[in-house]
Design a protein. Structure first.
Length: 517
């Protein structure tokens, strides 16, 4: 007789962390870290799996009840069948029509499903990095992902990483895996405790700490200043608002903390506000935006990546539907070239996500090279007859005609080439975001005008320089980044950019292009 799943048990486990305000943040001022702890037993009697769903106190009984409601879906199934089809087993738990209605694929039911799925994986034996690329891809439900990630693309990512698995595994065993700590940063800690624990974190070898923010701006500034003074300039300090702010409020809040060089802002606003995160990311660059611990499922992660709304992806081992769905999310991150730093810190989360992080390193992630084609413009304009003809037309079109240059032909080539390059740029941008928005590229033309004029190209004609245009671009974005780090509101940065463009156009009018000829 085949071995069967004989029982799925759930225990309500709670820790009184609120007594010392461990785990306190802007949204959870007095949490009691808790877990719905799951055990799967089999008819063999000596084979068990363990998993959990993390909560912060009240509501843990809801998760326990949800696990017990889902249990009949797999109790009585052959163990071999469940382990042989992990994607199907996950779909069985998340796809029950009556329970799915409470989500779908989000909320308490999905978290309970994650607890059972992770328990099944524990029963399977933690062999994720040993699976072949084909076996890993078979775990993924691509139905709602194919506009961003196809099965073939996922397979190529895994096959590309496969040759280095053994070496990366050896590196992990020898050197370990980098980590940061939030130990100093809980919002309920006084200044003395923050300073002491920050010193201890650095002494313990951590290269990054994280502080909770979002309750009181002046207090946050004080805490950031103390932490920076203690750890010095070389230790990264990330901050976590735990969804406490609106979009503009988060931007303004971070402007206050900017002098202390925050590395990332985590969950700056509602975890469901994808476009809000994208706006915050645009305004706060180069400060990174990290989010994902409350992202419901792989489809939302897909949309975050398509919208260019995050710099660091923080999946949660017990939030989405367990290991199986997290494999899909890791592959999405690899497709978009976004680093993964899993969310941890709750009951059992650090233990669970380390497996996901190390799997991602060993079997999924690889390096990509950024390539620049800027030098092509220099060669074409400076060292070809076409480039010299173009310069001549820009200086004096009548003189160019008199010299025998076919001006109409050259201008049409320029228009067509510029159109093709613009289309290619649009495709590259859309490919990076895996989406096309109606406002995509709005305002870029003004930046191009200003960069061209600042770089020495007169709008009235004359010979500019490609390096001059590059200088204009760098100058504009340097000014924008300095203003952002200085806490200048977004609307004033836009106004100042407009003023720079007007000044550039005025100077172009005054010089009339003669200085460039």
């Amino acid at each position: 007789m085949s071995e069967l799943i004989s029982a799925v048990e759930a225990l309500d486990v709670r820790f009184p962390t609120s007594r010392e305000l461990d785990g306190s943040d802007a949204m959870n001022p007095e949490p009691d870290y808790s877990a719905a702890y799951v055990t799967i037993r089999t008819s063999a009697g000596d084979d068990e799996g363990y998993g959990l769903a993390f909560t912060v106190g009240r509501g843990n009984d809801v998760e326990v009840a949800a696990v017990r409601d889902l249990a009949p879906l797999i109790v009585g199934l052959p163990v071999e069948k469940v382990l042989a089809d992990l994607r199907g087993s996950s779909r069985r738990l998340t796809g029950d029509s009556r329970l799915r209605w409470l989500g779908p694929e989000k909320g308490a039911i999905d978290i309970a499903a994650a607890a059972i799925v992770n328990t099944v994986w524990d029963l399977y034996g933690r062999r994720l990095a040993e699976l072949s690329p084909e076996q890993l891809v078979d775990l993924v439900d691509f139905r709602c992902l194919q506009d961003a990630l196809t099965r073939d693309e996922a397979l190529e990512i895994l096959r590309h990483a496969e040759p280095g698995r053994a070496q990366r595994t050896a590196d992990l065993l020898k050197h370990g895996y980098p980590a940061y700590t939030t130990t100093p940063g809980w919002l309920g800690y006084d200044d003395e405790k923050l300073v002491r624990l920050s010193k201890e974190a650095v002494a313990d070898g951590f290269g990054q700490i994280k502080l909770k923010v979002g309750a009181d701006r002046q207090d946050d500034e004080c805490r950031m200043r103390l932490a920076r003074e203690v750890v010095g300039p070389d230790i990264r300090i990330a901050v976590d608002a735990n969804q406490a702010c609106g979009v503009q409020q988060a931007i303004d809040w971070m402007a206050t903390l900017a002098p202390y060089d925050p590395y990332w802002i985590e969950e700056p606003t509602s975890p469901d506000d994808i476009f809000g995160h994208a706006a915050i990311r645009r305004e706060l660059a180069p400060v990174k935006v990290a989010t994902g611990e409350h992202t419901h499922n792989q489809v939302m992660f897909k949309q975050f990546l398509q919208a260019g709304a995050l710099d660091v992806l923080q999946l949660d081992a017990s939030r989405t539907a367990g290991v199986t769905e997290n494999v899909a999310i890791l592959l999405l991150a690899a497709k978009f070239g976004v680093p993964v730093c899993p969310h941890a810190g709750g009951v059992g989360l650090c233990e669970m996500v380390q497996h996901m992080a190390m799997f991602h390193y060993v079997a999924v992630s690889g390096t990509t090279e950024n390539r620049v084609i800027f030098a092509v413009g220099i060669v074409v304009l400076g060292f070809t007859s076409f480039g010299r003809s173009l310069y001549a037309i820009g200086g004096n079109v009548d003189a160019a005609k008199a010299a025998g240059i076919r001006t109409d032909r050259v201008l049409w080539i320029v228009i067509v080439t510029a159109s093709v390059l613009a289309a290619l740029s649009g495709l590259l941008l859309s490919g990076r975001l895996a989406s096309v928005a109606s406002a995509q590229g709005n305002g870029y033309i003004f930046t191009v005008f200003a960069a061209a004029v600042i770089g020495g190209i007169s709008l009235n004609g004359g010979k500019g320089a490609v390096f001059g245009a590059l200088t204009g671009i760098l100058l504009l974005f340097l000014i924008q980044n300095v203003l952002t780090l200085g806490g200048v509101p977004a609307q004033w940065i836009g106004a100042l950019n407009g003023a720079i463009i007007l000044i550039a156009l005025a100077l172009s009018r005054i010089t009339g292009g003669k200085a460039q000829e």
